[in-house]
Design a binder for this molecule. Structure first.
Ligand code: UDX
Length: 438
């Protein structure tokens, strides 16, 4: 059955969810307070770079199935279900800042005159859903007829459309049969494709999302700490990851050692979990997360120091080429980008940093020059740093680049380059945790 669905918040999560809902056959209205973004989305264009999103927006805005507005009055009593897809950035203490969610609830609540289901998708500290429900019930003329459910989103940037249309699993945190039935109608299409579903209470649903993020971050920091062991003892962390990854209980995914994790989600979500764990008296989880964060931050510092050491301990005035600015390939997102932290560190040490990224555009800032081509970055470079593993970097021609660079030294911060090929072309290749195979 086709439903009337509203999606409140239209950034990464909301825009993708709104388009996905239309793709599932529902009539959808996306709401945001940002007029410019609403104008862009209404014309079928995307304000973010995300593979496959724009064609879906164009198709469904043209057919009229997907609309966008800044006016909550158009959605309040129109929708069968409202989704909350607002950002939950880090607040001053590292705890999640819930002000966007609260503002959305405050705008919607007074307009809800009939019993309605409001479904949270954002990543939130455990206990938020109940608080928002209380707030909505206090504001809404429909009072206790308002019910909140939680249906966390696990989408990865660069795969957001794929993850929305074909999720690994669905989590329905609900308090009633009616809410469950409505969510089953919303997701009728993936459910016919045998997508696993977990039905649970609100707290479990909220915790599932943060647990998934914390586990992924822990896996990355674990393999990075093993890279340190390999570095110290002369082993090879890539072969180690391959070998332990064959054990199905472990799995090979998220065991790529290198510069560690960044982006708009993992770092902030695990910090918020640590703060919440501390608040609930589960200090041991907070300690685990702190260790994960410390390892992650350490990889960035170590890479920058390695670059300085390769140039004899002093990078003042040295031209350094940085390949990659996005926090990972396949996105233009530079939030909490490991590549940029390394670049900042080297700039602070006096280097001239030239950054090239195929997608990310940096706002003008002192210190870095963002160049339009890879050749421009490498020309005259005293050292080249491979910091975001865009596929195109894997197939670079070391012979040709060797003629452009001042020194043939490259640090592969993502352990993705084929070191023997570079070495054959006369390059010194440095990879943390791969000493044995160099
Ligand atoms: C992540 C979660 O995967 C997603 O489920 C959640 O909803 C939001 O946060 P995303 O931030 O898009 O998604 O990035 P992801 O692809 O998970 O990568 C996270 C970071 O880990 C990146 O910086 C990536 O470079 C790094 N990473 C990933 C590694 O360093 N090693 C790995 O093996 C895998």
């Amino acid at each position: 059955m086709n439903l009337r669905v509203s999606v409140i918040g239209t950034n990464y999560l909301g825009a993708t969810h709104a388009a996905g809902m239309a793709e599932f056959g529902h009539r959808v209205i996306g709401v945001d307070i940002d007029h410019e973004r609403i104008a862009t989305l209404s014309s079928g264009r995307s304000h973010i770079y995300e593979v496959g999103l724009e064609p879906m927006l164009a198709l469904h805005t043209q057919s009229g199935r997907l609309r966008f507005t800044t006016d909550y009055r158009l959605i309040a009593d129109w929708a069968d279900v409202h989704f909350l897809a607002l950002g939950t950035p880090s607040g001053a203490s590292g705890a999640a800042d819930l002000s966007q969610l609260e503002a959305a609830v405050d705008a919607l609540g007074p307009l809800l005159t009939r019993p309605t289901l409001v479904v949270g998708k954002s990543t939130v500290p455990v206990g938020t859903a109940v608080r928002l429900q209380d707030r909505l019930r206090a504001l809404a003329p429909a009072g206790d007829g308002i019910e909140v459910a939680w249906n966390p989103e696990f989408l990865r940037e660069g795969f957001a459309v794929e993850d929305t249309l074909r999720p690994d699993r669905l989590v329905f945190g609900v308090q009633s049969e009616d809410a469950l039935e409505l969510l089953e109608q919303v997701y009728a299409i993936p459910l016919t494709e045998s997508t696993p579903v977990v039905h649970c209470d609100l707290a479990t649903a909220e915790l599932i999302k943060t647990a998934a993020n914390a586990f992924l971050a822990t896996k990355i920091s674990f393999i990075n700490s093993m890279a340190q062991m390999c570095q110290a003892a002369g082993g090879d962390v890539v072969l180690l990851a391959d070998a332990i990854g064959y054990d199905q209980r472990i799995g090979r995914e998220f065991l790529n050692a290198g510069l560690g994790f960044g982006g708009g989600c993992l770092p902030k979500d695990i910090r918020a979990l640590a703060v919440r764990a501390e608040g609930l008296g589960v200090g041991v989880l907070a300690q685990l997360i702190e260790a994960v964060e410390a390892i992650n931050a350490g990889q960035r510092v170590e890479l920058a120091e390695l670059a300085v050491a390769q140039l004899g301990g002093d990078v003042r005035g040295a031209r350094i080429a940085v390949l990659g600015a996005a926090f990972k390939p396949g996105t233009d997102d530079t939030r909490n980008s490991p590549a940029l932290t390394v670049a900042e560190h080297l700039y602070a040490a006096g280097a001239e940093v030239a950054i090239y990224d195929p997608q990310a555009r940096l706002p003008p800032r002192p210190g870095f020059t963002q160049v339009a081509t890879l050749d421009e970055a490498v020309t005259g470079a005293e050292i080249v740093l491979h910091l975001t593993e865009w596929p195109e970097f894997r197939y670079l021609d070391p012979e040709r680049l060797g003629a452009l660079a001042k020194n043939k030294i490259i640090i592969d911060g993502r352990l993705k380059l084929h070191a023997p090929t570079w070495r054959d072309a006369g390059w010194k290749v440095v990879q943390i945790g791969r000493a044995a195979t160099l």
